[in-house]
Ligand binder design. Sequence first.
Ligand SMILES: [Zn+2]
Length: 114
Amino acid sequence: MSALPPCPKCNSEFTYEDGTQLVCPECAHEWSATAADAADEGARVYRDSVGNILQDGDTVTVIKDLKLKGGGGTVKVGTKVKNIRLVDSDHDIDCKIDGFGAMSLKTEFVKKVV
Ligand SMILES: [Zn+2]
């Protein structure tokens, strides 16, 4: 048996489960136990520069000029990037850009096309 977490409001240890909710008998605070469970799985949520959730296969536009290393040119603001693939790294988007080929972008420099 795993111990239930203490009440986030008053730190009471006498919390109990009521369905999917946790309830504190001392201050009557109720909160969801499932939210914490979901976070534990480590599923990363990718968001673009304005907070849209990104998924594999999405189309995005670049929101600032991105100079490429080694004099490879500049990906201009407004460049459309189709069929992105999200990866768990510093540059978290793998994609191909017409005229440039395969490259990695950061989610903070793109905006989802909806
Ligand atoms: Zn409480």
